[in-house]
Design a protein around this ligand. Structure first.
Ligand SMILES: NC(=O)c1ccc[n+]([C@@H]2O[C@H](COP(=O)([O-])OP(=O)(O)OC[C@H]3O[C@@H](n4cnc5c(N)ncnc54)[C@H](O)[C@@H]3O)[C@@H](O)[C@H]2O)c1
Length: 308
């Protein structure tokens, strides 16, 4: 286990992620940092009081500052505002960019050798803000989106085919949002290509449901957005790093020429281990998939341009 993992933002995603980090004993100490007085402390104490029942020995604490986070090996950044119904991810852009910048300055100050998993939206751009602000190498700043998007896709395929979720492998590329690119050709069920199990129109329908997976939850909840699956996704990435599992997961990574793109974050297949982002895999794409990826990259670039 790590000595210390800090989750910034003790809201729905952050608090759920902190609880999962503690339950999985990924760190000796789990710190939650939030600007709201009492909330990270209260949630931290409440989670710690569940330790004797759950049997974990990760000490959970909350704070409104970064002193307790000093020396953390890993940060999970969930600070920011969540989407409200009818609000696009891009509406959140400027507010969240300011928040992520402040958070990143503090991370750099108290833990200059740490790694960061960014969760705050709009994801690909917030990861960029974090990379720019910390000045960390790309191996140490990774965005969470693809693990969540593929989990949604896999969960829908499992419902459709009435099969176990674990046997479904899928790959989703591109930006986190409406332009994400699920690759049907890289999706299989226990090794059987999805295209042999489902008609194209059903695959298209599941892809569409995946694309609007976040909005579907927002529409149901009315206030706030999804957090159980997003927190689980961020913690799966954290676990791959802490346990040096060398897992191959779709993550938002800073591209330096891969897929013909550079100077931006985009969802690509990555190897995650103790060094953070250890490798980016470049997979073969059809012409249609290439143009969908280019369109997705353009959408991320446009959002970056809004921030200047
Ligand atoms: N990448 C993804 O796939 C994904 C999925 C779900 C949610 N998200 C994003 O994650 C973020 C958090 O979502 P949520 O549902 O937990 O929202 P939330 O409103 O429940 O929690 C956000 C928390 O951030 C805190 N905060 C605000 N400014 C802060 C600062 N400067 N420092 C520390 N904490 C600060 C708030 O007080 C709040 O407690 C949102 O931006 C949301 O859009 C991303």
């Amino acid at each position: 286990m790590f000595e210390k993992i800090t989750v910034v933002g003790a809201g729905n995603v952050g608090a759920t992620a902190a609880q999962l980090v503690a339950l999985k004993e990924l760190a000796r100490t789990v710190v939650m940092v939030d600007v709201v007085e009492g909330v990270p402390q209260g949630k931290g104490l409440d989670q710690w009081e569940s330790a004797p029942i759950e049997g974990f020995d990760s000490r959970v604490i909350g704070s409104n500052g970064y002193d307790e986070a000093a020396g953390s090996e890993l940060f999970i950044v969930t600070a920011g505002l969540a989407r409200k119904p009818g609000m696009s991810r891009d509406d959140l852009l400027k507010t969240n960019a300011g928040i992520v910048k402040t958070v990143s300055e503090n991370i750099k100050r108290v833990a200059p050798g740490s790694m960061v998993i960014v969760v705050s939206n709009p994801l690909d751009v917030m990861a960029y803000v974090c990379l720019q602000t910390t000045g960390f190498p790309r191996e140490r700043v990774i965005g969470m989106a693809g693990v969540l998007d593929t989990a949604r896709y896999r969960s829908f395929i499992a419902l459709e085919l009435n099969v176990g979720v674990e046997d479904i492998q899928a790959l989703v590329l591109g930006g986190h949002g409406d332009t994400m690119v699920p690759l049907a050709s890289y999706t299989n069920v226990g090794g059987i290509p999805l295209t042999q199990l489902l008609a194209q129109e059903r695959i298209d329908a599941l892809v569409q449901r995946t694309r609007s997976g976040g909005a579907e939850i927002v529409g149901l909840l009315k206030t706030g957005s999804a957090y159980y699956a997003p927190a689980a996704a961020a913690v799966q990435m954290a676990e791959a790093i802490v346990k040096d599992k060398k897992r191959v997961l779709p993550c938002s990574a800073y591209l330096q020429g891969e897929y013909g793109l550079k100077g931006m974050f985009l969802g690509v297949p990555c190897k995650l281990g103790r060094a953070g982002l250890e490798q980016i895999y470049q997979v073969e794409l059809t012409g249609e998939e290439k143009s969908a990826l280019a369109k997705s990259a353009d959408a991320v670039k446009q959002t970056m341009a809004v921030l200047g």
